[in-house]
Design a protein around this ligand. Structure first.
Ligand SMILES: [Zn+2]
Length: 412
């Protein structure tokens, strides 16, 4: 074989095998190749094996000096585009203020909506770029970014356009792949306006987003204080009609039927699950829908952690994301999200790596990444250690030394 690039000097090459989502016990099955090498052709992985088994020619060889190599992370859930900040909220909460008191003082999510609506598209792009860069440095080579702070049809389109500009810029620089999701986040404050907004979403927002290719999925926040199951189902019917995939913010504070709806409609994923009970766990485990957990939220807000251990024991496929956002998860590291999933949600190191790679890819409907196998995009990480477990063990320092996208080192 003639390859463009050969990566050698790999102490351990660690990957899940097969494009399908890993459920239950299959989440523990990783392939570890010691003293490995990996060949890349046209930005894709062409061969993986023990270095001593390589018999081809390589245009260039890069020796990573005894480091471990894992697939680039897929961050399947972020809100990386926003304006304003929630520093005053955080300070007030740390001093004992309640959620209601913070809202009454003009803080909370509505303050993010207001600041985001007031920002230009260029400002939103400039604010989001360093956040995307931080996620990428922490190992994320594919990042989902949601709209949802626009709070009006024009505001949501402006957010999707900002994500589109960010995605194009990242592509040009050889950085992470960005995937946009249209999030229908909070309903209008006045209950009388809810129906009209759903009609606008279905009649205008989704068709425009689909026609212009501004989103690949539609997400709805199903919660007592947000949208109910009937409204979400109406929105999802429109999304499906336009060929968009669906996902849900579900069971964050209360279990109000979001998981049931997601499973029934064949959603790619139901995300959050902090308030998910036994019944929903069984239902999810019996489905193809992925349960995406976001431990940063539990850490930051002090709410119960999603039952990651129970989900996997029941046979579900679990993914992990940062949920990077200003209000509930200012977590700028995809590697840290995996480390937290072990400590807070009871995953093993092996399960966390699968949750942040192949399962997270499946949560976005992607089959060509999240693994180091022939045919996949050559997105991989060179760790700052010869033992891949340092990835999950390390807290505070970045365990990722080099990020490679499409067979090229980022920033090189
Ligand atoms: Zn979220």
């Amino acid at each position: 074989m003639k390859s463009d690039l050969l990566i050698t000097g790999v102490s351990q090459l660690v990957t899940a095998e097969g494009a399908e989502a890993k459920h239950g016990r299959a989440m523990s099955a990783l392939k570890v190749v010691n003293d490995a090498a990996m060949a890349v052709v046209d930005g894709r992985i062409a061969w993986v094996g023990r270095a001593s088994d390589w018999t081809g020619d390589a245009g260039a060889t890069v020796d990573v000096g005894g480091a471990a190599v894992v697939p680039g992370f897929i961050d399947p859930h972020t809100h990386a585009v926003w304006a304003g900040d929630r520093l005053a909220d955080f300070e007030a909460r740390a001093a004992g203020a309640t959620y209601e008191e913070i809202l009454a003082a003009g803080g909370g999510i509505r303050s993010t909506v207001k600041a985001t609506a007031a920002a230009t598209r260029e400002e939103l792009v400039a604010l989001a770029k360093p956040r995307i860069d931080a996620l990428m440095r922490s190992g994320a080579t594919t990042i989902e970014v949601k709209s949802g702070y626009g709070f009006s049809i024009a505001g949501e389109i402006a957010m999707l356009e900002a994500i589109d500009v960010l995605a194009a810029g990242s592509r040009m620089r050889g950085g992470a792949t960005l995937l946009a999701t249209l999030l229908i986040h909070l309903p209008p404050v006045d209950a009388a306006d809810r129906r009209g907004y759903v009609e606008q979403v279905c009649g205008e927002l989704i068709p425009v987003a689909a026609r212009r290719g501004l989103a690949s999925a539609v997400d709805v926040f199903v919660e007592r204080e947000a949208w109910n199951v009937d409204e979400a189902e109406q929105i999802f019917a429109c999304a499906k009609q336009r060929g968009l995939r669906i996902k849900l913010h579900s069971d964050q504070f209360h279990s109000v039927g979001g998981v049931e709806l997601g499973v029934r409609l064949g959603a790619l994923s139901v995300d959050h699950l902090e308030a998910t009970g036994e019944e929903q766990i069984v239902m999810l485990a019996g489905s193809k829908t992925i349960g995406t957990i976001v431990p940063g939220v539990s850490l930051h807000l002090g709410i119960p952690a999603a039952p990651g251990r129970k989900l996997i024991d029941a046979g579900a496929a679990v993914a992990v994301g940062t949920d990077l956002n200003p209000g509930s998860s200012p977590l700028y590291s995809s590697a840290a999200a995996l480390a937290l999933a072990v400590r807070m949600n009871g995953l093993t190191a092996q399960e966390a790596l699968v949750a942040g790679t192949v399962n997270a890819a499946c949560a976005l409907g992607l089959v060509d990444r999240g693994r180091l196998e022939a045919g996949c995009v050559a997105d991989f990480l060179v760790l700052d250690s010869g033992d891949w477990r340092d990835l999950i063990y390390t807290m505070g320092a970045n365990p990722v030394r080099e990020v490679w996208v499409g067979g090229r080192k980022v920033g090189a």
